[in-house]
Design a binder for this molecule. Structure first.
Ligand SMILES: *Cc1c(COP(=O)(O)O)cnc(C)c1O
Length: 382
C-alpha cells in the first residue's frame, strides 16, 4: 500500500532539488554579505565594537518598529539578559511552555529561577491564554508585592511565551492576563522575526523580547541574537549588562556590576545587516513555497499547518500534523530513509531530566502536538 509518506517523498523528489529536500531551513547569502565582511576585516574592528553593530541594531529596531535594539552573542544570551533586566530573582518562578526549544527554560534556570509549564493552543502551538488564566486562578494569589504560587509560596515574576515556528501565539490575551496579575511579559521571539499579530511586530508586546540569528533562523548573523524594547531605561540596563557593566570613563576600566561579555561581534553584525536587508524577499519566497505546499499536500492527505487568525507569519518552519504517534514515527522513518529531511517537534521539556520536577498543568495539547507534528523542508527554493 502506498503511504502518505511515499506520496510526500515522490512530490518532493519531482518538484525540488536534493539540497532543498535535505534540510529544514538552510541559510542563503545572496546579498551584500561578502562585501560587508571584507569591509569589517579591512577595518580590523572584528570584535564587540564597530560600525556594523550600530547599523545592524538600528535596522532591527526599524524593521520591528521598536525604539531600541541591542545585539547579543546568541538568542539564549538575549533571553538570559531579558529575564535579568525584568527583575527575575533566584528562587522565583517563571511561566513558560514545555513545547519549546530547551533554551527558553535554560535561560530561566541560569538565574536560579524555575519554569512552570503552561499548556499551548493546538493551532498556534504557543502558550494558551486560557490555560494561563486557569493556572493562575487555581494556583496563584495576587498581593501588593506581586503574584505568588499558593503551593510553593514562591514569587511568579515573569511569563515567557514562545512564538512556535514563527506563528504568533495569542499574545494580546496573554499580555492582558499578565497585566492583571502584575507579571512581567517577555516574548521568546527567537523564531518570529517578521511575524506580526494584529499588525504589531512580535516582541513588541513584552517589556522586552529576544530574537535569534542562529544559522537555521529566518535570517542569520552566524551566531547571534538581540533584545528589542520600547523603554529607554530598560534598554540602558540591558546594554550595560551585555557590555560587561563598564562605566564609560575615558580609558579607565571601571565596572559597577558583575556584567556579561555578551555583545555580538562586529563581524557577525556585518553578516546580519546584509541578511536583514533581504528579509522581505525571503519571507515572500517562503510564502510562495507555503502556497505551493498548501495546494498539493491536502491532496496527498497531509494536514499542513494553517496560519492562525490575526497573524502575519514569517513562514519560518512549516509543519504537518499526522493522525497519531505511530503514523508520525513511520513518516519520519520513511522520509529520512529516502533522504527527505523531516524532524519531529521538540520533546516536551518536562520530560528532560533537568525539568522533570517543574510544576505543570495538564499539557493536553502539548502532548498531542508532541505526538503528531513533523517539520518539513521549508527552504527558500534552492
Ligand atoms: C533558536 C532559539 C533560541 C535560542 O537561540 P540561539 O541563538 O540558538 O541561542 C531560543 N528559543 C527558541 C524557541 C529558539 O528556537
Amino acid at each position: 500500500m502506498i503511504s502518505k509518506s511515499d506520496n510526500f517523498i515522490d512530490f518532493l523528489k519531482s518538484n525540488f532539488n536534493k539540497r532543498f529536500q535535505f534540510s529544514l531551513h538552510e541559510p542563503i547569502f545572496s546579498g551584500r554579505e561578502k562585501e560587508y565582511l571584507n569591509n569589517v576585516i579591512d577595518s580590523t574592528f572584528v570584535s564587540s565594537s564597530g560600525e556594523f553593530l550600530n547599523l545592524f541594531e538600528k535596522s532591527i529596531a526599524e524593521y520591528t518598529t521598536s525604539r531600541k535594539a541591542i545585539t547579543c552573542i546568541n538568542g539564549t544570551a538575549a533571553l538570559h539578559i531579558s529575564l535579568l533586566v525584568a527583575g527575575v530573582n533566584a528562587g522565583d518562578e517563571v511561566l513558560t511552555q514545555a513545547l519549546s526549544f530547551v533554551a527558553t527554560s535554560n535561560a530561566i534556570s541560569y538565574l536560579n529561577a524555575k519554569p512552570i509549564f503552561i499548556d499551548v493552543d493546538i493551532d498556534t502551538m504557543g502558550m494558551s491564554p486560557v490555560a494561563l488564566s486557569d493556572f493562575l486562578e487555581e494556583n496563584a494569589i495576587l498581593t501588593e508585592s506581586g503574584t505568588f504560587n499558593k503551593k510553593t509560596r514562591k514569587k511568579i515574576s515573569a511569563c515567557v511565551p514562545m512564538h512556535t515556528f514563527g506563528l504568533m501565539c495569542r499574545i494580546d490575551e496573554i499580555k492582558k492576563i499578565c497585566n492583571r496579575w502584575n507579571i512581567i511579559l517577555i516574548e521568546d521571539a527567537a523564531e518570529a522575526l517578521g511575524s506580526k499579530y494584529n499588525n504589531i511586530h512580535s516582541g513588541k508586546f513584552g517589556l522586552l523580547s529576544s530574537f535569534s540569528f542562529n544559522g537555521n533562523k529566518i535570517i542569520t548573523s552566524g551566531g547571534g541574537g538581540c533584545i528589542i524594547t520600547q523603554d529607554d531605561k530598560i534598554f540602558k540596563k540591558a546594554k550595560h549588562l551585555i557590555t560587561t557593566a563598564k562605566i564609560s570613563k575615558n580609558w579607565e576600566f571601571v565596572h559597577n556590576k558583575i556584567g556579561f561579555n555578551y555583545r555580538m561581534p562586529n563581524i557577525n553584525a556585518a553578516l546580519g545587516l546584509a541578511q536583514v536587508e533581504q528579509i522581505n524577499q525571503k519571507i515572500k519566497a517562503k510564502e510562495k513555497l507555503y502556497n505551493f505546499y498548501n495546494e498539493i499536500l491536502p491532496t496527498l492527505g497531509l494536514n499542513l499547518s494553517k496560519i492562525p487568525e490575526n497573524t502575519f507569519w514569517n513562514y519560518w518552519l512549516m509543519s504537518i500534523q499526522l493522525e497519531n504517534e505511530r503514523e508520525k514515527e513511520s513518516f519520519l522513518e520513511n522520509c529520512n530513509k529516502n533522504n527527505v529531511f523531516v524532524r519531529p517537534i521538540w520533546k516536551l521539556l518536562f520530560k528532560l531530566k533537568m525539568y522533570r520536577d517543574c510544576q505543570r498543568d495538564s499539557q493536553k495539547n502539548a502532548q498531542i502536538l508532541e505526538e503528531t507534528i513533523v517539520n518539513i523542508p521549508s527552504n527558500l527554493e534552492i
